[in-house]
Design a protein around this ligand. Structure first.
Ligand code: PGA
Length: 251
């Protein structure tokens, strides 16, 4: 039985004061969270602060991006060993905003995934189609291409120590959630593709759904057989909403 994971992606939001308040609020409600593993992914400058606030708690820390490089002349980059040193367990790679706004392609994302694992982090690999791609009925081939780039570089076994997040681009920050049936269909496709290469890995890998997850749709989404939790953007910025999603896993 796979455990539910709920990870909050704060994106480019926050301040020292916000981090303290938000993490304080989440920690205060963690006694209600029975069934889910929980992680928060603040912006880089707040990782050290978050590490301190989360010390000794059940909430894990993650980062939103990682360099494909370890060290050297790569201005502006942050490496996996650096993130590890600040207590990160997870790192998001290949978020659609990175892919679309910063031109990060499948191969680059695959190198980041490999760098994350080499540095001892668990990558949360984001895949998902745009609205145009869904309308063209090529969702499965897009998601397969994104996944295959990682498998080609790191091997299918690498997914055993990774998390996949299916995030339809048209559902991110739009308030337009994929229906639980639409999401389940793609999750099933992803697991099936992994199973075609290694059934054991497919059985174990957590596949999260992301895209306008809220407390009132989380129960139904998490109830689907191949949905193992959520990657939460907007709703992760309010402790009450985020906790509402985390407790959805109790049911
Ligand atoms: P959203 O973002 O929950 O605000 O739609 C999800 C994500 O981008 O990870």
């Amino acid at each position: 039985m796979r455990k539910i994971l709920v990870a909050g992606n704060w994106k480019l939001n926050g301040s020292l004061a916000d981090t303290e308040k938000l993490i304080g609020g989440v920690l205060a409600g963690m006694d209600q969270v029975q069934a889910a593993d929980v992680a928060v992914c603040p912006p880089y400058p707040y990782l050290a602060q978050a590490q301190g606030l989360l010390a000794g708690s059940a909430v894990s820390l993650g980062a939103q991006d990682v360099s494909d490089q370890v060290s050297g002349a790569f201005t502006g980059e942050v490496s996996a060993p650096m993130l590890k040193e600040f207590g990160c367990r997870y790192v998001i790679v290949g978020h659609s905003e990175r892919r679309a706004l910063y031109c990060e392609d499948d191969e680059f994302t695959a190198r980041k995934f490999a760098a994350a694992q080499a540095g001892g982090l668990t990558p949360i690999l984001c895949v998902g189609e745009t609205l145009e791609e869904r309308e063209q009925d090529i969702t499965e081939s897009v998601v397969a291409r994104q996944l295959d780039a990682v498998i080609a570089l790191s091997g299918v076994e690498a997914l055993e120590n990774a998390v996949i997040a299916y995030e339809p681009v048209w559902a991110i920050g739009t308030g337009k959630t994929a229906t639980p049936e639409q999401a389940q269909a793609v999750h099933e496709f992803i697991r099936g593709r992994v199973a075609g290469l290694n059934a054991g890995v497919a059985e174990k890998v957590q596949i999260l759904y992301g895209g306008s997850v809220k407390p009132d749709n989380a129960v139904e989404l998490f109830g689907k057989p191949d949905i193992d939790g959520g990657l939460i953007g907007g709703a992760s910025l309010k402790a009450e909403d985020f906790l509402g999603i985390c407790t959805a896993a109790n049911q």
